[in-house]
Ligand binder design. Structure first.
Ligand code: SF4
Length: 326
């Protein structure tokens, strides 16, 4: 039922192994996504958004591992599922689309075959049935002439068409949750808008919850009702999208808002256009002491360097991690 918690992440910690040492790449990350809801995770690249999404579906590899916290899906802890159960959950109930579909699609297999495979593996369809369903799935993501396009290989399609194929694959089995990691970054602006509309429409029609990940706060504010702002492995502010956008509480969120291009009246009156947040996100092995944002923060004081600000509940809902948020 819409409104019930679907995914509950509590105090997630992901460690990165470098040599003999481990560093917390993601720490104390908590959020809930209700059924049918779209939650945004925003932040510069290297803040831990993508590895958080990969951890949710058991796809962390190499030096990264979940080192603490809990991930409940439909009320059930899913961290310790066997590889085969996790694979089944990934296809049946949770799916993911990535920034560059070329890396996720098999270049040697026609796209129709790749969509059909989902119906065979996860819905027990016969290949004949699955091929018919693949044409319908391509039509549902508005690929023109889907009965011909099913025979195309990924390299024969444009970037926008490939992303539509990825969405068709991701939504083929009617998942409860879609993880969308920068799904439009590699596309030009017009195609970006079409793909976002498609995700919005299809998820609303099917009641699919979405975790939308982007470095673009404008996109997130447009797509999501709630937003988590990530910086250096932590959620530093989490609130209703409208509040984050209009009255950011954390200096980092404020910087993201100030870096958005201004539209309408504010731009016409010649207000400051783009402001950049000076500096870069520190590497995981060199997160600063105290508040991890302090070397880049215009409001930093002595306590910021010395003490890690905990999460504070905000009066109108949500949380912020900042000693001076008020
Ligand atoms: Fe800036 Fe201090 Fe707040 Fe960190 S705790 S965001 S350094 S004011």
């Amino acid at each position: 039922m819409t409104g019930e918690p679907l995914l509950e992440v509590e105090n997630l910690r992901i460690n990165l192994a470098l040599g003999n040492a481990e560093f917390p790449a993601v720490q104390d990350v908590s959020f809930t996504i209700n059924r049918g809801e779209t939650l945004g995770l925003v932040g510069e690249s290297g803040c831990g958004k993508s590895i958080t999404a990969l951890a949710l579906i058991g796809l962390l590899r190499g030096p990264l591992r979940v080192a603490g916290g809990s991930i409940r899906f439909s009320g059930r802890e899913i961290q310790n599922l066997s590889p085969s159960k996790m694979r089944k959950l990934r296809g049946d109930r949770i799916s993911m689309i990535f920034q560059e579909p070329m890396t996720a699609l098999n270049p040697l297999s026609p796209v129709g075959r790749q969509i059909a495979e989902m119906f065979v593996l996860h819905k027990g369809a016969t290949w004949n049935e699955a091929e018919r369903l693949a044409v319908e799935a391509l039509a549902s993501v508005r690929v023109p002439a889907p009965d011909r396009r099913v025979k195309d290989y990924p390299h024969q399609l444009s970037g926008g068409m490939r992303q539509r194929v990825m969405i068709a694959i991701a939504l083929a089995c009617g998942p409860d949750l879609l993880l969308a990691d920068e799904p439009t970054t590699a596309l030009d602006v017009t195609v970006q808008a079409e793909i976002l509309d498609l995700i919005r429409e299809l998820s609303a029609a099917k009641g699919t919850a979405v975790l939308m990940i982007s470095h673009d706060l404008g996109l997130i504010a447009n797509m999501c009702r709630r937003v988590g702002v990530m910086y250096a492995g932590r959620i530093v502010e989490q609130r209703a999208a409208e509040d984050v956008f209009r009255t950011p509480s954390h200096p980092y969120t404020n910087g993201l808002v100030a870096s958005l291009p201004l539209l309408g009246a504010r731009a016409r009156h010649g207000r400051k256009r783009l402001q950049e947040i000076e500096g870069v996100v520190p590497p995981v092995s060199a997160f600063p002491s105290g508040c991890r944002f302090h070397p880049r923060c215009y409001a930093a004081t002595g306590i910021c360097q010395a003490e890690d600000p905990g999460a504070t509940a905000l009066a109108n809902g949500g949380i912020v991690r900042c000693h001076h948020h008020e």
